[in-house]
Design a protein around this ligand. Structure first.
Ligand SMILES: Cc1cc2nc3c(=O)[nH]c(=O)nc-3n(C[C@H](O)[C@H](O)[C@H](O)COP(=O)(O)OP(=O)(O)OC[C@H]3O[C@@H](n4cnc5c(N)ncnc54)[C@H](O)[C@@H]3O)c2cc1C
Length: 451
């Protein structure tokens, strides 16, 4: 059997690998591109929580192969078990060898299973694995279960509880930190999200850790470190992910201090012909340069484009070193989002800040359809008035508001830029021109800045 050759080989066919393949074929139509993945029918990872009740079956939540195949991209379902950097080849589990000119590693992240919790191998205990067959089993189990305990109140645990609560089950979230979403949002927003979940009947136990999962072959419940026992038919571990770097580490590529693959600004690894993108690649904060665990599909897709643009020569200069980090979630029908640093993070990093807040109706007048109150919080560096963080909760407008504020942060806008912002308003679509969300929050900050 001869060695098949491709100009560009991508290991991984999810958010990062998929975007890299599409971008590569668009930018370099003459290059041959192959994508490797572990299994067929890759799920859209971000919508996995909605398999609980909203999305009927797993086959309605798939990343489609067609756009890749239409462009002539080869999809190979086979595990890459070795990267031979010297001969520039990858070797797969089935024993085949493929040669590359440029290699992109997009092997993602795997769910973290804490060793401190006993009983994680009992039947009925699940982690969120991005695999069609496993997710189909999970979907069936979680729908059948009456009592579900979710360990971990980060955005995955919270979204899962939110969707599952539509089925009127007995749901408990166990969160070690003082609040759910505490790593993503400031307390005022985290509390609001918790309130929404409680309204939907979800029990939230915070400030306590799961100690062991008990049962006889099959799970029967979870015991917490304060001795509380919560009976359960299904337990879901949502306590974070770890970058999947085994293949890269075995190939001798440098691993960064956070445990993810070390990359430069252009996603190059320590081997100039190998790039790493997505959850397996190390991320750094735009403000401090410190590693930050930003495992997000939006960042994976961004990195895919940066890597592909710079695959042969460095063709784009980056405005920002590191990541702003923009994040969105929905709880009880209300959207929550953040761009950049929360106030809590900013203060922990040692920033002196000025915070501006506004609560305004998202329609004018507030009797129009879809009206709700939008809450915006802006965090400015005190010294120079630069916007370093933004948070919001409200209706659907929060999604693009947060994206707009992420662009503002990337462009280092200041309080003065935002108080003189030019924007559009419309009664059925936005807040009023006299109290436009961002400007209203900036005015509050400006009043404290004592210019
Ligand atoms: C439940 C859930 C909800 C989420 N919601 C959001 C959200 O709303 N917004 C957001 O931005 N992010 C969200 N995320 C995060 C987002 O899903 C990840 O950041 C994203 O999937 C990362 O993409 P990736 O391609 O780097 O890795 P992964 O999605 O982990 O994919 C890894 C790929 O590599 C392949 N692979 C691994 N090893 C090998 C090998 N040895 N050989 C061949 N193939 C291999 C796998 O088959 C897979 O195709 C969510 C994640 C989860 C789990």
């Amino acid at each position: 059997v001869g060695t098949e050759s491709y100009d560009i080989i991508i290991i991984g066919g999810s958010a990062a690998g998929y975007t890299a393949a599409l971008t590569a074929k668009k930018l370099y139509p003459d290059k041959s591109v192959a994508v490797f993945r572990l299994s067929d029918n890759p799920p859209i990872p971000c919508a996995i929580p909605y398999l609980a009740s909203t999305i009927e079956t797993c086959n309605r939540n798939l990343l489609p192969d067609k756009p890749l195949l239409d462009l002539g991209i080869k999809i190979i379902t086979d595990e890459v078990v070795k990267i031979d950097r010297e001969s520039r080849t990858v070797i797969t589990k089935s024993g085949a060898t493929y040669a590359y000119d440029k290699l992109i590693i997009a092997t993602g992240a795997l769910p973290f299973v804490p060793r401190s919790i006993d009983g994680t191998d009992l039947k009925g205990v699940y982690t969120i694995i991005k695999d069609y067959n496993i997710l189909s089993e999970f979907q069936e189990a979680v729908r059948k279960a009456q009592r579900v305990v979710i360990i971990g109140g980060g955005f995955i645990g919270v979204e899962l509880a939110d969707d599952l609560s539509n089925l009127r089950k007995d749901i408990t979230i166990v969160e070690m930190l003082p609040h759910c979403l505490a790593l993503n949002l400031d307390e005022e927003f985290a509390k609001e999200a918790e309130g929404r979940l409680r309204e939907k009947g979800v029990r939230i136990l915070t400030g306590r850790a799961a100690k062991r999962i008990y049962g006889n072959e099959k799970v029967e419940g979870v015991e917490l470190n304060d001795g509380t026992r919560i009976p359960a038919d299904v337990v879901v571990l949502c306590v974070g992910v770890k970058p999947n770097v085994e293949l890269a580490a075995k190939a001798g590529l440098k691993i960064g201090e956070s445990g993810a693959i070390a990359v430069d600004e252009y996603m190059r690894t320590s081997d100039p012909n190998i790039f790493a993108i997505g959850d397996c690649a190390e991320k750094k904060s735009f403000l401090t340069g410190k590693p930050k665990p930003l495992y997000l599909a939006s960042i994976a897709a961004h990195e895919a484009r940066v890597a592909v643009l710079n695959l042969y020569n460095l063709r784009v200069t980056k405005r920002l070193k590191g990541y702003v980090g923009a994040f969105l979630t929905v709880v009880g029908g209300r959207a929550f989002g953040v761009a950049g640093l929360t106030e809590n993070e900013a203060r922990k990093e040692g920033f002196e800040v000025i915070v501006g807040r506004a609560k305004v109706p998202n329609r004018h007048p507030a009797v129009l359809p879809g009206a709700t109150t939008t809450k915006v919080k802006l965090i400015f560096a005190k010294g120079d008035g630069t916007l370093i963080g933004a948070e919001a909760s409200g209706g659907q407008e929060v999604a693009e508001l947060v994206n707009m504020l992420a662009v503002a942060i990337q462009n280092k806008v200041t309080m003065i830029d935002l108080i003189t912002l030019q924007y559009a308003t419309q009664p059925m679509l936005t807040a009023s021109p006299v109290s436009y969300y961002v400007v209203a929050a900036t005015l509050d900050a400006l009043s404290k800045a004592k210019l």
